[in-house]
Design a protein around this ligand. Structure first.
Ligand SMILES: Cc1cc2nc3c(=O)[nH]c(=O)nc-3n(C[C@H](O)[C@H](O)[C@H](O)COP(=O)(O)OP(=O)(O)OC[C@H]3O[C@@H](n4cnc5c(N)ncnc54)[C@H](O)[C@@H]3O)c2cc1C
Length: 167
């Protein structure tokens, strides 16, 4: 399927979802602009687990290895009691066999940095907050010359399709 380059997606929020979406669209030949409310992006959060389904997506984007290198691949999951005695544990080897990845544990700030490094600054607008939205979908026509037209919520990122800019 060839990418429709006649629309320019606008992604609201340069968090994990927004940046991943921007990278995925670029890989398909679509350059999206990301608007982020914060005036600067600072390291935030603690550890985060990336489940095998997320790692499969990052694998397709060529980001799985940098994430594993900056964090750790979880090999076993154990259930402990309040005295930290093991109740049960299981290996994730079969998960890797089936899905290609186990779980990656990483500092959220590191994950965000990896995504930010890959997306770059070119299409990132900081200090730009989406103030309000008007959903006209599914009312036709889907495109006009006046403003945002189609809004798709993707996790907590929001993708806004706008008509092509006049050149
Ligand atoms: C305590 C905790 C632990 C978690 N642990 C895990 C875990 O182990 N594994 C896991 O997969 N998930 C975990 N999650 C969930 C994970 O953090 C979220 O799913 C993930 O951060 C969502 O990414 P996001 O990009 O959608 O949102 P965020 O990372 O919150 O990014 C949203 C961005 O949008 C910007 N923004 C908001 N409003 C506007 C606006 N109006 N205009 C412009 N920009 C705007 C914000 O400033 C922000 O930068 C955890 C969540 C919490 C709270």
């Amino acid at each position: 399927m060839s990418a429709d380059t006649s629309v320019q997606p606008l992604i609201i929020g340069a968090g994990i979802a927004g940046l991943t979406l921007g990278i995925a669209l670029r890989d398909r030949g679509i350059e999206a602009e990301i608007c982020e409310a914060a005036p600067e992006l600072r390291p935030l959060g603690a550890g985060i687990w990336m489940a095998p389904n997320a790692m499969q997506i990052f694998g397709r984007l060529g980001l799985a290895q940098p994430i594993i290198d900056a964090g750790a691949e979880v090999e076993r999951v154990a259930l402990l009691d309040s005295r930290l005695h093991e109740i049960s544990s299981s290996s994730l080897a079969t998960v890797r066999e089936k899905f290609g990845f186990t779980i990656a544990a990483i500092q959220r700030a590191e994950l965000h940095r990896i995504l930010l490094d890959r997306f770059g600054n070119r299409s990132l607008r900081l200090g730009k907050r989406l103030a309000s939205i008007e959903t006209i979908w599914p009312r036709p026509p889907p495109f006009s010359k006046t403003g945002p037209l189609l809004l798709l919520p993707v996790s907590s990122a929001l993708m806004v399709f706008t008509p092509p800019r006049a050149t």
